[in-house]
Design a protein. Sequence first.
Lengths: 371, 952
Amino acid sequence: MRPFPLTCCIIAIAVFCLAKAGLAESNPLRSPDLTKHPLYSTYDFGKGSKIVNFGVQPIAVPIGLIGEVMKRDRILKRALKERGWDIRFHAFLKGSDLNFFVRRGSIDGAMAGDMPVIMTASSFDIVIAALAKQGFISIISSKHMQVEELKNKRIGFPAGTTAHYGLLLALLSGGLKESDIIPVHLEVNELYSALEQGRIDAFSAWEPFVTAALFKNKDLTVIQRVLSSSYFYFSGAFAKKNPEAAELIAASFVRSLQWIKNKEKNLLRAARWAVNARENMTEKTPELSLERIAAITKEDLLKIASSPVIPKRDYAVNGFLHRLFDSLQKQGIIAQNANWGKVFKSFDREIIEKVLADPVKYRLLDFDYGH
Amino acid sequence: MDIKENRKKRLSLSLRAKMLLYFGIAFAAAIAINEAIILYGIPFTDYHGAYRTEQARILQSLSDFADSKKTELQGWLDDRSADTKNLTGSGIFKAQVSELCSFAKKAGGTGIRGKKLASVLQKEKAFRAVQQKLSVLTQSYSAYEKIQVAGKNGMVIVSTETEDLGMDVSESLKFRKVLNPVIDEFVDMEKNEKNNKLYLFISSSINDSGGKPLAVVIMYSKADSIIEPMPYTGSALGKTGEVVLVNQDSKILTSLKYPLPDGSFAKPLEYINPAKPARLSASGIEGVLAANDYRGKRVLAATRYIRITSEIGWGMVVKIDETEVFAPIRQAVFFNLTTGVVICGIMLLVIYFIASNLSAPLKSLSISARRIEEGDFDERAHISGGDEVGMLAESFNSMAERIQNWHRDLEARVRLRTEQLNVLNEELSKEIAERRLVEEALKREKETAQKYLDIARVMIVVINADQTVALINKSGCETMGYQEEEISGKNWFYNFLPEEEIAGAKKVFGQLISGHAEPVEYYENRILTKDGRERLIAWHNAYFTDSSGRIAGTISSGEDITETRILEEQLRQSQKMESIGQLAGGVAHDFNNILTAIIGYANLMRMKLRGDDPLVSYVDEILSSSESAANLTRGLLAFSRKQIIDPQPVNLNDLVRGLEKLLRRIIGEDIELETFICDDELPLMADKAQLEQVIMNLCANARDSMPEGGLLTIETSLFNADESYARSHLFEATGTYAVLSVSDTGAGMDENTKERIFEPFFTTKDIGRGTGLGLSIVHGTVKQHNGYINVYSEPGKGTNFRIYFPVIKSETALKNMEVELLPQGGTETILVAEDKADVKKMIKTFLEEFGYEVLEADNGEEAVRIYAENREKIKLALLDVIMPKMNGREAYEEIKKTAPDVKALFMSGYSADIINRKGIVENGLEFMSKPVPPYALLRRIRHILDSERRQP
């Protein structure tokens, strides 16, 4: 009797099943259960009561600053309280984490990059109300190369984030797909060390991590920079059930922009609040100074501060968001049965235009921020 | 292909040419590889080659240049933004504008508008102050073409160009966008329709202390003077370097350096640049790439994106043609290649001389070799020196010498051998001619022998000592159904004999081969034909010897005696039955005579005895036993064909149909009866009663062979016996026969039983269960009707009797037959006198079933009495001849006294011979022998009743 073939079959099946299970768990685009996350599991969303839960990303510049300013907006808190509401701000490491809680109904409003917002809009009902940032995602390498030369290279990026989006658009411009590279899924704050240690050949990241990396190593080269956006949005259920609360929060968002824009001092204060929030969350000191963070904010935020209204060309048919959606769908990152029409309908400029049209009612030029 | 052609193929290139070719290829490959490495680098190393290195260098410089240009442009835009903010943030400026706005509002209230209002405003101090401030700004920076201030209603209240005063800009975006205090700045480009020039404008609101808009400042910069110089590259990017600016829709913002592919020049804000670098830069992607530009030319480019507002951004492409970038490299390549080719040429020239020097002695040697090969054995190679080639020439000459000697020797041998061969050839020719004559004679002889074999009517088979068939003639092949080649060469015994014959035949063959031919000269055995049938062959055998006298095989002539043997067997059986028949007939005849005496005297005794005499019962027993004996003799007479028959036209099919119901009663419930009546008419000339008896006997026999039940099948058919069939089955005449087939699924019979079944008193039944005459009667009856009977039976499988009767063709007979064959009943009253209760009961039941009324009598006296009582009613008296008290004849005579027209039908178990003695048949009275077939009885009764003729 020769047990070899049977044993081999059993081992092969077991290995296959384990590998499949492992792959399924390791798929970075499939949200793990974040309710048990050491940080997020401590959050109290006050389910059932009249509490607005707002998600922010302190480690992202400049939307981290806006979140911190909004968190201290007493005008907003008073206005909501008068209507029986309370508001809580919750910090997240990245947009895809934040959107896990949006889909669960725990988070009512947030700011996040284009990729997580588009991916959420493709499968969940959200209202994308305003443009929160317009900056660059950069592909960084230790040596000069063209995008086409990224083929078969190991590239690090946080999956499902705006850095992922930037990388996809960069590859697309060079006629490549994600399958042409060797993706290495890392957290944004791990990318630089991975490149330095030679574990990856290049990485894709957002600010301030790009500036920080270039500041630390002058030999690094920006292969390509891709314009990306971040958006201010609500869960669809919240915006539809509570339009007044949504307007008050949108007003707070515009007010925050105005306040930061008004004085350099305000900008630096906002940067400090963001740095503190980041330290509280990650227990790490940022590599960049407040001034440099302020400069990035100026570059990415204040130059568009003249109007947070989302440019129609962003989400027009064949606009860059539409092309991104198609590309993600072709690569299987967005489900095949998702359709662009649903994403398109998620963009709603009405709230922000209503707020902008009546600066007095929404107290856009009055400022009262705590510490 | 001859040697010369081979040589041509092998030596298509000379040594010199080969050397030149190989070295030439080697040099060319070396140059090409060298150039390829210089240009494209070495794979898997850090050396990337001139092309890539130069490309990287240029892309880096383009990138640096693009960054500087972007910074420059961004800085200029920031300056303009700062100018606007400074102006709108100035308290004095705000106050002056506020004053002017108030004045304009008042003037507007009095109905002054447009240019008139503008001229009124010009007189105001505030107007002059504001205009002066704006003029200073335009003159100081030369960045602005003009600056306007519009009131909240959109009317231009101050401008550096006085013709603009009073203009309404309220509908323009640059005005409407910035009226919202939250949106403090708006930047875009527009084309002035009047002068067809491009302007970049920045608008911003002037707010009061409460943040509410008072007015809007719009600052215009002429693109020609401000934006156009931006893309200027100077000498930094070489001759073909260019900076292209596009807006977010890829429309060009500045004039292009080169015309479009169709020769036209693109217009700013109209032409959409479709090239990849422009599209990438307009969509916010910054990087470097090699792609085609708007002309379709290959360029190296760096792309940048300049954000103006969230909705507006400009793409910048800094590019240079690849042809210019790589021109130095191409020049270097050309130089390297030219140099390489020249060096290669020189080298090849040197190689040519070397190769010529080396190959000359070899060529001379080659020519000498060729001459020798062509037959010039005196040729010798020139010895040029003592080097390797000289040594080779010496060796060659030595070899040529030896070849020349061998050649001479060989030629002498060939001449001698040729002469010998000529002599031998002549002898051989003669021998061949003689042999041909012999072969022809043999061939003719063989053909003659073959003809003899083929015309022989018997099989001739020649078998080799190894048991294979050496020859079989035509008749043999025909008998066996094979072609000759299917038999020849195969083992005779194992291929063409039934298994049970092999041992015997091989024994005979062994005896023949061992020389003992006499005992086995004649032998019979069966052979197998191709279709699997067996044929019985009578062989006459002999052996034959080979040239050395040894026995080489056997030769046998065989006659097919299959049919002969069957006929012999049938004849023997027929003769046997004939003999038995004659014997039985003779015995029956004599026995009848004896019975006549016994019955006669017994009757006499009975007449002499008184009715109460105790001897009467003994006499009656004698008479009863005599009747049983008469039954036996009747059977024997039937077998010996001496019974009286009454042939009438009969349709066998109707006969079988009519009997079917009765047969079902005879065979019982356990046996299933199936009848298959053919569609053809089967008219016979036969005694219907006898035929019915035949069928009933066969069915009774079948029933007895199936005690556990089974299937009895009766089938009729028409059969044409041709000459061969008639001959092989001993039919006396050819013609059409009606076939009656009776089959059962019973025990069947072995061959011995089958041979004896028709013999009288032969029975396989238990003692007392059968007379042994049933099938004998069948046989006798069939023969008496000129018919034939065949029996097919196998133990365990059943038995099939096939009886053949000659068919008659008369149409009249057929018509009569149709009428007569249907048994008919009636309603008349019939007197039945019979002393045997069971017989009487059977007849009564049967007649009543057919509608007759039956009166019964147990003896003659009772019959007379009953007839007397029912004279009018009784139409026929059915009388047993032998009855106690008064026999049938006596009872008839008694009745006749009172009823002379009485119709009567007698029946008796005595044979016709005995009855004749009783004076019944002779007197023309109607008579039927017992056992009376029911339907025959019915028909006879109907016939008598319908007859007008009075009985005697």
